[in-house]
Each structure stands twice: as structure tokens, then as C-alpha cells.
Design a protein around this ligand. Structure first.
Ligand SMILES: [Zn+2]
Length: 337
């Protein structure tokens, strides 16, 4: 039940109005990645009265997140809560009328279509370019608009993909940056205002899409640096590439058709992610005995030989304290079989 007048100021904004508000309330948005951009965007969408919000994140809340990831508290970090769950709990306090679907999951070629299914818009909250491009492919194939955003340091950028209409992310960035090539929040740091700038650009675009005002959707890439005060607007009206591998006439969807990543070095954490088969967390908690540090309905964390493993219900294991995927796989094989 949504209290009367809750969205009155937004309805009074002429381009939205009562009819636009009704469309927003009947819509589903998916936020892929519930870190800095994802939490800020999700809060704005929940407050705007979105009908359904699916939050996807694979990671846990840590103390270093709290400076910019606006839905999380120190208690969430102390409890190592999954970000999707912690964000969902906070959003239900803010806007109880919104249906929130938290999914503790990692977007991969095998599951990304299901993760975004049913959405009218997808918000990019990914912390790496391979995931961003994977979601771009899934959105283009499914015909779902995609509000792209990225930020690091004091810098951020944003563009909007309307499949079949505008350039897609791959048209603009035909080669994926190699791992370790680009700056990350770990190497360059980040300030919260850059996050809010980019999330605002993304959610404004999402609202235009949800109310059906596609003519107002921005056909430019916007980038800005809040510290050096440099801003760029790059027209994308001629950027759509007919030979694009994702949105061109002979699209091959190179990332969607590749296999899932067996091991991933995670940005923002000193961790390597390994995939094991489905697990029974209750049994695992008992098997690992006195090495267990945390055992909850979401995860089991254990520590041995100076290495920490965190196993999730979907079979992913984050391994901290090793330097190579092979060492991470070895640790999992030793303890999980
Ligand atoms: Zn394209």
C-alpha cells in the first residue's frame, strides 16, 4: 500500500505526471551490481515508486564500501551481509510498497538473460568492463534499454543504449580493455560525489524510458571530472556501427556465447572467485568444523592456513589470501572436495 501523496512532487513534474507515475509503478528495473552506482540508483528508483526492483550482486558488504555505497551500515559490514540482501532490507524500510528481489548471484553468460528478464530498464552497477559488456549483449539481444555508468576517482561517464535505435556499448568501445589495463577504485580511489553524479545521469534516463519519453533520451556520452572540472559531451547519433558484433546485422554476441568464467580475480577485493557445484551450506558448516568463522543462511566462511574461503549457496567461493586462480582452486579442492 503506497500512502497518498507519496509521489506527488514527481507527478507534478509535467513530463511525468500522474500517467507517467502509473507507468513507473507498473515497471520492473534491474540493477546489475549493488555497489556504489547500484545502491545510489536503486534508492532513487525505489523512492521514485518503481513497481519492482531486482538487485543483483555477488559480493559482501565491507567497511571500505561505506564511504560511498549509500544503502549499507557498519552493522552490515560487521555481519558480512551479502550486498543484495542488505540493500533490499534498507530499501524496504524506505519504500515498503516496492517489490524487491535480491539475488546473490554473479552475472555470467549462462544466467544473465534470466537475471534481466522482464525488465523495462537495466541499470549498470558493474565494477568491471567485461560484466558491463556482457550485460550490454544480453540487453541488446532481449531488446531491453540499458543505462550504462562507470566511475573512478572524481571521474564518471554515462551513456544510454536503446537496442535497435541507438549505438550500443560495443559500438562505442569495440575492444574490451584487458584486465589490469584500466584504472579501478582500488588503484585510483573514488569519491562519493562522482558516484552520485553518474547515478543521477543513469536514473534520469531510466525515468524517461519508463514513462515512454524516448525522444528525451540522451544521444550523447557524458563524461565529467568533478576535481579537474573538465566535462565532455560526445554525440553518439552517428556511432551506431552496422558491423557491431552485438547490435549489428550479423551480431554474434561474443561474450554471451562464450562459457562462464571458471575463476575470476575480483575488482575491489583481494580475492579470487572460484565456482564449485551446488552446495548444502548446513552440511558444509558442519563438515568444516572449527575452521568456520561465520555460518548463516547465505554463506559459510572458514579460515585455514592463512587463507579465507567464503562459500555461497549458488556454489561460488571467494578465496582471500592467495595470488593465483590455481591456488584458489587448490584451496577449494582441499576443503570442499
Ligand atoms: Zn553495437
Amino acid at each position: 500500500m503506497i500512502p497518498a501523496g507519496r509521489h506527488s512532487r514527481q507527478e507534478r513534474f509535467a513530463p511525468i505526471g500522474a500517467s507517467g507515475q502509473a507507468k513507473i509503478a507498473a515497471s520492473t528495473a534491474v540493477v546489475v551490481g549493488c555497489g556504489a552506482l547500484g545502491t545510489v540508483a536503486a534508492e532513487q528508483l525505489a523512492r521514485a515508486g518503481i513497481g519492482r526492483l531486482r538487485l543483483i550482486d555477488r559480493d559482501l558488504v565491507e567497511p571500505s564500501n561505506l564511504q560511498r555505497q549509500s544503502l549499507f551500515s557498519e552493522a552490515d559490514a560487521a555481519a558480512c551481509r551479502p550486498k543484495a540482501e542488505a540493500a533490499s532490507a534498507r530499501l524496504q524500510q524506505i519504500a515498503a510498497g516496492v517489490i524487491i528481489e535480491p539475488l546473490v548471484a554473479d552475472a555470467q553468460p549462462s544466467n544473465v538473460a534470466a537475471l534481466i528478464a522482464g525488465a523495462q530498464v537495466v541499470i549498470d552497477g558493474a565494477d568491471n568492463f567485461p560484466t558491463r559488456h556482457l550485460v550490454n549483449e544480453a540487453c541488446c539481444r532481449a531488446g531491453i534499454p540499458f543505462a550504462v555508468g562507470a566511475c573512478v576517482g572524481a571521474y564518471g561517464l554515462s551513456l544510454t543504449v536503446l537496442p535497435g535505435v541507438t549505438a550500443c556499448l560495443r559500438c562505442v568501445q569495440s575492444e574490451l580493455p584487458a584486465a589490469g589495463d584500466g584504472p579501478t577504485c582500488d588503484t585510483q580511489g573514488i569519491i562519493a560525489p562522482a558516484v552520485h553524479l553518474v547515478a543521477a545521469w543513469q536514473v534520469a534516463e531510466a525515468l524517461k524510458i519508463l514513462v515512454g519519453d524516448l525522444g528525451a533520451v540522451r544521444r550523447e556520452l557524458w563524461a565529467g571530472d568533478l576535481w579537474s572540472n573538465r566535462f565532455q559531451r560526445i554525440s553518439l547519433t552517428k556511432a551506431k556501427d552496422p558491423s557491431c558484433l552485438v547490435c549489428g546485422r550479423q551480431a554474434t554476441f561474443p561474450l554471451l556465447t562464450a562459457g562462464d568464467d571458471p575463476a575470476v580475480v575480483l575488482c575491489g577485493r583481494d580475492a579470487i572467485q572460484v565456482r564449485c557445484g551446488p552446495v548444502n551450506l548446513e552440511t558444509l558448516g558442519k563438515t568444516l568444523g572449527n575452521t568456520v568463522m561465520i555460518s548463516s543462511e547465505h554463506l559459510v566462511r572458514w579460515q585455514a592456513d592463512g587463507i579465507t574461503g567464503t562459500c555461497f549457496r549458488d556454489g561460488r567461493v571467494l578465496v582471500q589470501g592467495v595470488s593465483t586462480p590455481a591456488a584458489a582452486r587448490g584451496f577449494c579442492a582441499r576443503w570442499l572436495g
